[in-house]
Write a protein that binds this ligand. Structure first.
Ligand code: TRP
Length: 453
């Protein structure tokens, strides 16, 4: 007999869990360096537009698929597309998050190591010249980053093993509000630094001369990544949402809090980067390279404030990474427990082993395995670009086609309007369906084609 499925407790719990998946390294680590590479305010405007017009409808499409199925992601997709193709699509959506988790937890491990270093006051004690460049030495080390990667993965498993309500919901309910408080404090600190004004100008004055075709692809990829689209996560979490919850409000709430958090993170990081006189376009190492340098530099004159700021900053990154990594793990765990009848504990253990091996390869690709190239990239970059440019885009396209063209209109209507109960939703439903059926698929195709042609 089938055991009854768990459910999230209420509207707040649903939004916190969705926001937990959305708010993560994508906001604090990825967004600021993309802003820095793509000329600041103009990138932010394009990113916000994409999130509202393309990503939010995709999010709603996925949540309708998930809740209407009340099942794991593989079953949910196969329910709409019976047969081999459905099975394949569904499996793609189960495998993608595990793939992402493997390299995501490498960055999670970096944040854990940097949190430990800031608690030990390493950045304050060392001279700025020693701190500059220390990140490169750290990630090239043959085993230290691997150990922190495994520790991060173990903490993720520790939360997920306790279940959807007892683990994920309980954890996200306190950590998401905490994160908002932390990021506001850090932004206030950053804005108070000498010379921060130039950074603010960079964030609010659009310079469209820096915008190229690549800016659009980066903005789209970032928007998908940040809202965790196309990977089975929204489908899986939505299957745990009660029938009487308002999915449209939950989706809009998630998208807005994710946008708001990204912009706050931009204000927490970019002014500090400008204040230190560092070039903002240095890529993925931006926050790990520049912030310790800033803490060390300012630690010479204000050691206590700098020490506290460093600890809060790396605690925030670690916490944000964790609320997302648990969502990445949950997709596979739901699949293994429901589809393969595995116990939750064993499913977690198995996935821990798989992600440890894949993640270790990613971690070592900055050190001993740096010579191994896949399609011209090291293993880590290959894993990241395959996930965001191929898997997530494909997954999102499948989702909107399923919700817009395969799922009966009546089912989509029922899921997004509470069966007509939420009258405001009934009014916007035609707009949402139009975005799902036409704008999102065409938008995705145009952007993908323009990036390969
Ligand atoms: N959205 C998270 C972030 O911004 C990361 C994340 C969680 C994710 N689940 C995902 C990214 C699924 C891609 C796909 O950090």
């Amino acid at each position: 007999m089938k055991a009854p499925r768990e459910k999230f407790g209420g509207r707040m719990a649903v939004i916190m869990a969705f926001a937990g998946s959305a708010i993560g390294l994508g906001n604090i680590w990825r967004f600021p360096y993309l802003v820095g590479e793509n000329g600041g305010a103009a990138f932010i405007l394009i990113y916000v537009a994409f999130t509202l017009v393309l990503s939010l409808p995709i999010f709603l499409a996925e949540s309708a698929i998930g809740r209407s199925s009340q099942a794991n992601c593989r079953a949910a997709v196969e329910f709409l597309v019976p047969g081999k193709a459905g099975r394949l699509f569904g499996l793609l959506m189960v495998i993608t998050p595990l793939w992402i988790l493997s390299y995501y937890s490498v960055v999670g491990g970096w944040s854990l190591d940097y949190l430990v270093q800031s608690i030990k006051l390493d950045f304050i004690r060392a001279a700025p010249s020693e701190v500059a460049g220390s990140f490169g030495r750290f990630i090239a080390h043959p085993w230290v980053p691997v150990v922190f990667h495994l520790a991060f993965l173990a903490v993720t498993v520790g939360v997920v093993v306790s279940g959807v309500k007892g683990g994920i919901e309980r954890f996200c309910k306190w950590s998401i509000p905490t994160l908002f408080v932390l990021i506001v404090l850090i932004a206030a600190y950053s804005l108070s630094l000498p010379g921060a004004g130039k950074g603010v100008e960079y964030l609010v004055k659009p310079d469209f001369s820096k915008v190229t075709a690549h800016t659009f692809i980066d903005a789209l990829g970032q928007s998908f990544f940040s809202l965790s689209l196309g990977t089975g996560i929204i489908i899986t979490y939505s299957s745990y949402v009660k029938k009487n919850e308002n999915l449209l409000v939950a989706g809009a709430g998630t998208a807005l809090s994710d946008l708001f958090f990204a912009v706050l993170a931009g204000f927490a990081i970019i002014p500090a980067v400008f204040s230190a006189g560092i070039e903002p376009g240095t890529g993925p190492t931006l926050i790990f390279d520049t912030l310790p340098y800033i803490f060390s530099h300012l630690g010479q004159s204000a050691p206590v404030l700098s020490a506290v700021a460093a600890i809060l900053f790396f605690a925030a990154i670690f916490l944000a990474a964790l609320t997302s990594s648990i969502s990445l793990l949950e997709v596979g765990v739901t699949y293994l427990t429901e589809d393969k009848g595995m116990k939750r504990g064993w499913a977690c253990a198995l996935l821990f082993v798989i992600c440890s091996v894949m993640g270790t390869l990613c971690s070592l690709s900055f050190g001993p395995l740096s010579q191994v190239k896949l399609l011209g990239n090291n293993i880590f970059d290959f894993a990241d670009s395959a996930a965001s440019n191929v898997f997530m885009v494909t997954g999102s396209l499948i989702s909107v086609i399923l919700a817009g063209w395969v799922m009966p209109r009546s089912v989509l209507f029922r899921e997004l309007t509470g069966g007509g109960v939420f009258s405001a939703n009934v009014r916007v439903f035609p707009v949402v369906r139009f975005l799902v059926r036409y704008v999102a698929p065409i938008g995705i195709l145009v952007l993908v084609l323009s990036s390969v042609l």
